[in-house]
Design a protein around this ligand. Structure first.
Ligand code: C5P
Length: 443
C-alpha cells in the first residue's frame, strides 16, 4: 500500500512508454499520489493528456511552462514544498521516483548529472529513492557504456528492475523489454518502505582497515577495501539516519553527508567508537581490524639484513566485543566475519561471545575487497544466505533486518525503562530543591 506516499513517474522516449500507463494505474490503485514527468521524446510516444487522466495530476513536460493546475499531493508531501520553484518542490515532495521506461540515453545522463530537461533536473535535485526500469534494444542494453552506467547507478543506491528478455519492438529477441508492471510496482513499494525508515536514528559504523605501524614507513594491514562499511553508511544515510562513520584507510572515497571520523590504528578506532557508542541506536562494525600490532614501533626505518627478522606482535583489543559488553537496552549490534571453514558455526559462536544481534558472514570464495558480496545473515537460531549482489544491495538487506531487530530489542527494553520512571519521579523534588533558580518547577 502506498497511501500518503508521493511517487514521481519519469517517462523517457521509448516504445514501452505505453506500458507506463498501466504502471500509473497500478500505483493509483495502491493509493499513491502520482505525478508524471515526461521527457520531450516521451511525448512522441504517449500524450501528456493520457497520463494526466490516469494520474489525476497535471503532467510536467517542461521547466518553463506555466503550471495549469495545482498538484494533488498528500499533506506530508505538501508540507515539504515551498510553492515557489516547481521542480525543486517536486524533488522534495517525492518519496520515490520511478523511471519507466528508462532509455540508454536517460541512464547515461543520470550518471553524469546532466539536466537538459524537466525530468533530469528533478531527479538531480531530489533525494528520493530511485527505481529504474530500463527498456531499449538489446544491443544498446548490452553495450559496455550502458552496462557500466547501470553499475554506477546501482552503486549509488538506485534499484534497477529488469529489463526482461523476450521479443523486442525491433523484432529481435533478447534482453531489453520493460519489466512486468507488478515487478516495478513491488520495487516502488519496497523503496517507499525503506525511505525514512531510520529517520532520526543514530547509526555508528566502523569501516575500512586498520594499519599498525612497524616503523615510520611500514605498516601491518589487510586487503579490506572499506566498500562494505561505506555502502552501509550510504544506505543508512539515505534512510534518514544520522550516521557517524569511523573509518580507517580504505581504497574508495568515503560517502558524503555523514559525520566522518578518520582513524588509522586499531587503538584509534577503538577510542573513536567508544566516544560515539553511547548515543547510537545501531552499531555496525564492518571494519577489518588488525588482530595484532607490533610490540615496538621502530623510530628509524628498519634496515635490510641477511638474518631472518622476527617481529614481536601483541593482540589488539576486540573492539566490538568491548563496545557490546556495555550495551544499553534497545541498541542493536552487528558484526562481520570471514571464515575459511565452518563459517556458520564460527559466526554463531562469535555472535554469542561478542553479544551481538547479527553476524554478517562473508563467503570466503568472494573474498574481500570486491564490488559484490555473497553473505549469510547469522543469528542465534536462524541463518539466511543472500544471493550475490552489490555491496549497496547487501547493505539494504542488512538494514532491513536491523530495523526488525530494533523493534524487537526496543520492545524487550521497555519494561526496564518503565521500571526506572517512578525512581526518577521520586528524585524530582530533591533536585528542584537543590537548584532554587529553577523555582522548583516540574520540567
Ligand atoms: O573475531 P573476528 O575478527 O572474526 O570478528 C569480526 C568482527 O569483530 C568484525 O565485526 C570486526 O569488525 C570486529 N573486530 C573488532 N576488533 C578486533 C577484531 C575484530 O571489533 N580486534
Amino acid at each position: 500500500m502506498l497511501r500518503g506516499r508521493t511517487v514521481l513517474v519519469g517517462v523517457s522516449g521509448g516504445i514501452a512508454a505505453y506500458k507506463t500507463c498501466e504502471l500509473v494505474r497500478w500505483l493509483r490503485r495502491r493509493e499513491a499520489a502520482v505525478v508524471v514527468v515526461m521527457t520531450p521524446a516521451a511525448e512522441r510516444f504517449v500524450t501528456p493528456l493520457t497520463f494526466e487522466a490516469l494520474s489525476g495530476n497535471p503532467v510536467i513536460t517542461s521547466l518553463w511552462g506555466e503550471q495549469k493546475h495545482e498538484l494533488v499531493l498528500p499533506d506530508a508531501a505538501r508540507r515539504k514544498t515551498t510553492g515557489k520553484v516547481g521542480h525543486i518542490d517536486l524533488a522534495e515532495a517525492a518519496d520515490v521516483m520511478v523511471l519507466a521506461p528508462a532509455t540508454a540515453d536517460l541512464i547515461a545522463r543520470l550518471v553524469h548529472g546532466e539536466a537538459p530537461d524537466a525530468l533530469t533536473t528533478i531527479v538531480l535535485a531530489s533525494r528520493a529513492r530511485l527505481v529504474i526500469a530500463p527498456s531499449m534494444d538489446f544491443g544498446m542494453w548490452r553495450h559496455a557504456a550502458t552496462q557500466e552506467n547501470v553499475r554506477v547507478l546501482r552503486r549509488r543506491g538506485a534499484v534497477i528492475v529488469g529489463p526482461a528478455s523476450g521479443e523486442l519492438a525491433s523484432g529481435l529477441m533478447g534482453p531489453g523489454r520493460l519489466a512486468d508492471i507488478e515487478e516495478i510496482g513491488a520495487a516502488v513499494e519496497q523503496a517507499a518502505a525503506r525511505r525514512a525508515s531510520l529517520a532520526g536514528v543514530r547509526v555508528l559504523i566502523g569501516a575500512g582497515r586498520t594499519e599498525e605501524p612497524l616503523d615510520p614507513v611500514r605498516v601491518l594491514t589487510n586487503r579490506s577495501s572499506g566498500r562494505m562499511g561505506f555502502a552501509l553508511a550510504e544506505a543508512a544515510r539515505d534512510r534518514g539516519a544520522e550516521v557517524t562513520l569511523v573509518a580507517g584507510p580504505a581504497s574508495v572515497e568515503p560517502p558524503l553527508g555523514v559525520a566522518l571520523v578518520s582513524v588509522t590504528t586499531a587503538a584509534g578506532m577503538e577510542s573513536a567508537l567508544k566516544r560515539a557508542v553511547a548515543g547510537a541506536g545501531v552499531v555496525l562494525m564492518a571494519a577489518a581490524v588488525a588482530d595484532y600490532r607490533p610490540r615496538r614501533v621502530a623510530h628509524e626505518k628498519l634496515k635490510r639484513g641477511t638474518a631472518p627478522l622476527t617481529l614481536a606482535l601483541e593482540p589488539n583489543p576486540d573492539i566490538l566485543a568491548g563496545l557490546a559488553a556495555s550495551r544499553r537496552p534497545g541498541q542493536v549490534f552487528v558484526g562481520f566475519a570471514l571464515e575459511t571453514s565452518r563459517g556458520i558455526e564460527r559466526a554463531r559462536a562469535k555472535l554469542a561471545a561478542k553479544r551481538l544481534d547479527l553476524v554478517v558472514l562473508n563467503s570466503p570464495a568472494k573474498g574481500i575487497g570486491g564490488e559484490t558480496s555473497v553473505v549469510t545473515l547469522v543469528e542465534a537460531r536462524t541463518e539466511r544466505r543472500l544471493p550475490e549482489q552489490s555491496k549497496r544491495e547487501v547493505a539494504e538487506a542488512i538494514l532491513d533486518r536491523v530495523l526488525e531487530l530494533r523493534v524487537a530489542r526496543r520492545k524487550a527494553a521497555k519494561p526496564a525503562r518503565a521500571a526506572v520512571k517512578p525512581a526518577r519521579a521520586a528524585a524530582k523534588p530533591a533536585r528542584a530543591a537543590a537548584n532554587p533558580k529553577r523555582g522548583g518547577k516540574a520540567r
